[in-house]
Design a protein around this ligand. Structure first.
Ligand SMILES: N[C@@H](Cc1ccc(O)cc1)C(=O)O
Length: 430
């Protein structure tokens, strides 16, 4: 973590924390003259490395901490249903929302049933493929399922630092408010507030305009829809904070500007960092494929393995040690002193792979619950080489039982699990 040595902006005497920005990192420096609210959610998110930028920066530095301390607030983050499941790359945004929930604030996960049809150009070099309404509906079901499961697991299993009651979580779909909006009405009332110069200046637009393919009006208008969503949630759910990945900054700014113009209310955008592996790749891809959060696309075992395995090379041990510590802070809700303890132990006995096993266990429990974690561990036993069939070690969970080899001619199989547990299985021929 970067040391808090940049330009700092002191809050007036009544603020509990002040912030500084250095090399695009969001740093919160506790105000030593006043009792520091080290339990504040921004302070915590920052300590865990989950915050990157705030928008608008100056107001964000001074007003947002005060707003969050003044009472329960509503925070939202959107997910477009472009696939049947969310993936590991979405996990940090969900975890960010859940930290707000743990601190007693209310979280909205917005499924972009409407925006998925428009297609967000942010971070994309080419126009998105058009999705049929039917596949968007199917994807929406998969994503809703995924979010509900994670929210329940968070409530059941995640350790909490705050004594405040958990905030609410709400899953909404923006298709529900666009259904009733007339296109002429939308352009004449909403469209009027957006200035072409500002829209054109966004990075997502600029990079696409320079490409040979250019950009369609549909994708160009995406930021207006996301801005309107923020406005809608502000009006109907008193939502004043939007969370998104770093590529979402332009969309967050459009929302801020629109709401500010129409309502004069102060709202905020927060970005979370893009997590990369030690080799610089986006986290959440294995052999180029995404690691999904729904079990029919990536099993609990594969998810567990992904976190245990990747970066697991001796050549990178020094890097790995610090990376595991960072991942534990980002992807688990374990208290920071406990993470330090895990890392100390890991430093003493790295061969036990304690840090990565704990990381994998916590992530699998959050995503698939206790039952999912148990099933992942049962397979793990096989890949660790702790299972023998007729005295031969089995290391692949895909192992098939072959008659004559694993099922002896007398119809028996001797199974050994670990050092001491022996079982005889008698197979009946039907
Ligand atoms: N544009 C976001 C998803 C989103 C959709 C609608 C919103 O209101 C907010 C966010 C993304 O692609 O990640």
């Amino acid at each position: 973590m970067a040391a808090p040595t940049g330009i700092s902006l002191r809050c007036l005497g009544y603020a509990r924390q002040w912030f500084c920005f250095r090399r695009h990192r969001f740093i919160i420096v506790p105000n030593r003259r006043h009792s520091v609210s080290e339990s504040g959610v921004l302070y915590l998110l920052n300590k865990r490395g989950i915050l990157k930028d705030a928008f608008p920066d100056t107001a964000g530095q001074l007003q947002l901490p005060m707003l969050l301390e003044s009472g329960s607030q509503t925070v939202y983050c959107g997910f477009d249903p472009t696939a049947e499941s969310l993936h590991v790359g979405n996990l940090l945004a969900i975890i960010g929302l859940l930290h707000f929930r743990s601190a007693g604030h209310n979280a909205i996960a917005l499924i972009g049933g409407a925006t998925a049809r428009i297609g967000d150009p942010s971070g994309k070099a080419t126009e998105r493929e058009t999705l049929s309404e039917k596949s968007i509906e199917q994807n929406t079901r998969g994503i809703r399922d995924c979010l509900e499961r994670i929210f329940t697991n968070h409530e059941l299993y995640s350790p909490r630092n705050s004594k405040k009651p958990l905030g609410t979580v709400n899953i909404l779909n923006n298709a529900s408010w666009y259904r009733g909006i007339d296109v002429v009405e939308f352009l004449s009332t909403v469209g009027r507030h957006f200035r072409m110069g500002t829209l054109l200046s966004r990075h997502s637009v600029q990079s696409r305009l320079k490409s040979a393919e250019g950009m369609s009006l549909t994708e160009f208008s995406y930021q207006i829809f996301q801005a309107y969503d923020f406005y809608h949630l502000n009006q109907h759910h008193d939502c004043r904070i939007q969370l998104g990945g770093t590529d979402q900054l332009g969309n967050l700014m459009s929302g801020y500007e629109f709401i500010h113009k129409v309502t004069e209310q102060q709202v905020f955008g927060l970005t979370i960092p893009l997590v990369t592996t030690s080799t610089g790749d986006k986290l959440g891809k294995t052999a180029g494929n995404a690691v999904w959060l729904n079990r029919d696309k990536t099993s609990p075992f594969e998810l567990y393995q992904y976190f245990v395995r990747q970066l697991d090379s001796n050549a990178q041990r020094q890097v790995i040690r610090s990376v595991w510590g960072v991942y534990l802070k980002l992807f688990t809700f374990l208290p920071l002193p406990e993470i330090e303890h895990i890392m100390d132990q890991h430093g003493r006995e790295p061969e036990k792979r304690g840090a990565q096993k704990r990381l994998a266990a916590e992530v699998t429990k959050l995503v698939h619950g206790k039952e999912g974690l148990e099933s992942a561990k049962r397979y793990q036993m096989i890949t660790d080489g702790g299972v023998w069939l007729n005295h031969a070690r089995v290391t692949s969970p895909e192992q098939v039982l072959i008659p004559g080899q694993h099922i002896l001619n007398n119809g028996l199989t001797l199974i050994r699990i670990g050092k001491k547990n022996f079982y005889i299985v008698k197979w009946l021929r039907l």
